[in-house]
Design a protein around this ligand. Structure first.
Ligand code: BGC
Length: 283
């Protein structure tokens, strides 16, 4: 695949992640590629044991598991479709049996099924809502049941549990041609905030990460030619595409006790995409 724009991290690597999550058990959904893969690896680097959820692509999921294990923590790949209630229940049951509990859920699995509105099929609508929004509900419900059952373990974390929803800048930026996707992310914002409000008294933190344009397979067409990349940059004041690690390292911090007083927030990681750059020389 053409990749005209070098990853800035290859010339200036980030310092290693501090071990902020030692002793914690994390589940990352959709963790065999893109942002989910980077998050799962970063969680392992930070000392967490990690379940790598995926729906298809065993080899990629197993490779992520091997990378995580190289940090001296436990990891396993579990196949489950997050939009399927029975498969989600089975995944959590297995995690409880093999990992004992869950401290961090990163509800990351998401997809796009883009279409002009009048051409959009119900299947495209339902697939996006099923994975991006219903998947959040099903996974969060299982996680919260376990958080409440177990409560706070002070030697592990100040909170009884942490949920991080992988949202998007499109929870606030409208996106024509992607009405199903933007609706799922807008819904996710209210899902996250309502859940955070309900669960704060139980010391369960719920937050979202809102990535902007990030170099992953979901949006290859937006960055894989110089022309596309230059066009994309008109939307990114910071002047470079995001790398999955940009998102992953902040996710580790948000899940850690360093962020213990943060709940109900979306952290946008977008190089300024949500700053309405079109207004910098207009309006
Ligand atoms: C989408 C990408 C898009 C980015 C910025 C993400 O949520 O999945 O396809 O490039 O938002 O528009």
């Amino acid at each position: 695949m053409a990749d005209p724009i070098p990853n800035y991290l290859s010339s200036t690597p980030l310092p290693p992640l501090p071990k902020l999550l030692v002793g914690q058990k994390a589940l990352v959904t959709g963790a065999n590629s893109g942002i989910g893969q980077a998050v799962a690896i970063a969680m392992g680097q930070a000392g967490a044991d990690v379940v790598v959820n995926y729906v298809s692509g065993d080899d990629a999921a197993n490779a992520v598991v091997e990378t995580i294990k190289s940090y001296g923590v436990k990891a396993a790949a579990y196949q489950a479709d997050v939009s399927n209630e029975d498969q989600v229940a089975a995944m959590f049951k297995r995690m409880m049996a093999e990992f004992g509990t869950i401290d961090i859920l990163v509800a990351n699995a998401g997809l796009q099924r883009d279409s002009a509105f009048t051409e959009m099929t119900l299947a495209q609508w339902n697939t996006v809502m099923g994975v991006n929004l219903t998947g959040q509900f099903l996974c969060a419900r299982e996680a919260v049941r376990e958080f409440e059952r177990r409560g706070i373990v002070p030697s592990v974390s100040r909170a009884a549990g942490k949920i991080i929803c992988m949202s998007s800048v499109h929870e606030i930026i409208p996106w024509g041609g992607h009405v199903n996707y933007a609706s799922s992310k807008g819904g996710m914002r209210m899902f996250m905030q309502s859940l955070a409000q309900e669960l704060a008294p139980k010391k369960i933190r719920v937050n979202s990460i809102g990535p902007g344009a990030t170099r992953t397979p979901i949006n290859t067409a937006a960055w894989d030619t110089q022309e596309a990349y230059d066009k994309l940059m008109t939307l990114v004041p910071y002047g470079r595409i995001g790398e999955p690690e940009d998102v992953a390292h902040s996710t580790v911090w948000l899940a850690s006790d360093h962020a213990d007083y943060i709940t109900g927030q979306t952290l946008f990681i977008d190089g300024g995409m949500t700053l309405y750059p079109g207004f910098s020389t207009n309006g």
